[in-house]
Ligand binder design. Sequence first.
Ligand code: NAD
Length: 253
Amino acid sequence: MRVQHKSIIVTGAGNGIGEGIAKRLAAEGGKVIVNDVNAVGGQRVVAEIIAAGGTAAFFQADVTKSADVKALVDEAVRLHGRLDVVVNNAGWTHRNRPMLEVSEDEFDKVYAINVKSIYLSAIHAVPAMRQGGGGSFINIASTAGLRPRPGLTWYNGSKGAVITTSKSMAAELGPDNIRVNCINPVFNPDTGLVAEFAGGPVDEARRAKFLATIPLGRFSTALDVANAALYLASDEAAFISGVCIEVDGARCV
Ligand SMILES: NC(=O)c1ccc[n+]([C@@H]2O[C@H](COP(=O)([O-])OP(=O)(O)OC[C@H]3O[C@@H](n4cnc5c(N)ncnc54)[C@H](O)[C@@H]3O)[C@@H](O)[C@H]2O)c1
């Protein structure tokens, strides 16, 4: 059990990559708070974790709202006495299209869910981690933040902000024994955001074009990302901070 007894929050865990992370961490002994704005998805994930013998509870919260994020952190401490790990996974993108066609409201929503959420998690979770003698943030960024493609400009920029912010948090929080790392997944066609990333249904032509850029010859899965998150959350990564693990099959362009 690689994260036995750790008190863990996974945001946006009612679907997709976050669901995979919550399940993997719970299977390795973590006590997981499954967060999402979507109660149906979050409660389903919790029921599935409990049915598999794990420990999980659902907490509905919007990661863009300070009072919600504070309540989420308070719930982890109330239930489990401390807070060890926060996986900032909740994310959103504008639809793939020319950058000048993305509205100001969409831009604000991308930055609120992808970037402001990191700020709010720091504001509310760092004091709880300091109280417990340390902790670990795992922020889900994207290959989009490193090797951007046209059509997702504002999303790509938000993920670049997640990467740089994570490295800066790591530098500043090291003396508190708080580690901060990122994971950069490549495209996963089995999640809720897939049509937005692709700008429409992922037909065979689109699939083949994208796959050709991934030397390992397949897309990422939630389990691929969850395995990286498990390592970063575990004590095996005790001296790993300020890194981004690229879970991208060596995507080259
Ligand atoms: N799917 C991919 O190809 C891919 C690739 C690289 C990075 N990512 C990143 O992975 C993360 C997870 O995305 P996914 O692909 O699993 O998408 P998804 O839509 O399947 O899951 C995202 C979850 O976040 C929740 N959410 C959205 N806004 C929220 C908010 N304000 N507060 C709380 N929860 C909220 C949604 O309800 C949903 O359950 C995102 O940060 C995304 O940018 C995804």
